[in-house]
Design a protein around this ligand. Structure first.
Ligand SMILES: [Zn+2]
Length: 255
């Protein structure tokens, strides 16, 4: 009789422990699930699950998302294909495209973006469906340090006046930089979607002194922040999410 009571008590005790362990596991699993962001496509639109994105640690891109959003969209949200855009809005094939000569004899550099001539104050948008703002400045004289080649052939750096800028990183492993803007409408760390207005084109930075008309200076950079010819984006298959995951901690880091 006494043994039966002990056995029963033990069973009840074990059951209680099981319930507690299970509850803890479910709680842990839910917490893990909260840290996952799934990018998917439904009816041709981007769908994201887990809205607390900046606290998340994992991004999952479904095949549907990759299929639908693997190419760049026009920064003007005019429905134009990226390659058409390059042809239509560039004035000069030798001066406005990527790789054109810039700088002075003392410090030669290349044009690290493309110049797209659209009317002043034209709204600009992300070039992919989803991204995070990683740099923003509303200083009309904002400068960025870039690499150049000195007269003696050695590598140097110089400050280039980009003016008001927005930089957006995408889970595809690329980032876009918009320069010479008249105004910026987003904040550092902000999630942006295809229809988020980042700013408006204008005349800021070194464009003020260049005598050129207002245009969007658009740069595409890879996960290591190295610029590449936007025309190559059409054949760009490198996918590197790691840098994007690092950005998810943007609010917690010092830099
Ligand atoms: Zn430019």
């Amino acid at each position: 009789m006494k043994t039966a009571v002990i056995v029963r008590t033990l069973i009840v005790f074990c059951l209680l422990i099981c319930i507690v362990v299970q509850a803890t596991m479910i709680k842990k699993m839910n917490k893990k699930l909260e840290q996952v962001v799934i990018l998917d496509v439904d009816n041709d639109s981007l769908v994201t699950y887990s809205p607390e994105f900046l606290e998340s640690k994992t991004v999952v891109l479904t095949p549907r998302y990759v299929d639908r959003f693997s190419t760049c969209q026009s920064p003007f949200r005019d429905g134009k294909e990226f390659n058409t855009l390059l042809k239509e809005y560039v004035h000069s094939n030798w001066a406005d495209l990527y790789g054109a000569r810039r700088g002075s004899k003392a410090c030669r550099r290349i044009h690290e973006g493309i110049d797209l001539f659209v009317p002043e104050n034209t709204p600009v948008y992300p070039i992919a469906a989803y991204g995070i703002v990683t740099e923003v400045s509303d200083n009309p004289n904002f400068m960025i340090e870039v690499g150049c080649t000195r007269e003696d052939g050695t590598a140097g750096t110089t400050l280039v006046e980009y003016g008001k800028i927005v930089r957006v990183a995408y889970p595809e492993g690329i980032e876009s930089v918009y320069a010479h803007l008249n105004d910026v409408f987003v904040e550092l760390g902000q999630e942006v979607f295809a229809d988020t207005q980042l700013g408006i084109t204008g005349i800021t930075g070194n464009l003020v002194r260049s005598g050129k008309p207002s245009h969007l200076h658009l740069e595409l950079r890879d996960a290591d922040h190295v610029s590449f010819d936007p025309r190559n984006r059409l054949r760009y298959n490198k996918t590197n999410f790691s840098h994007f995951l690092a950005l998810l901690n943007l609010g917690e880091t010092d830099d």
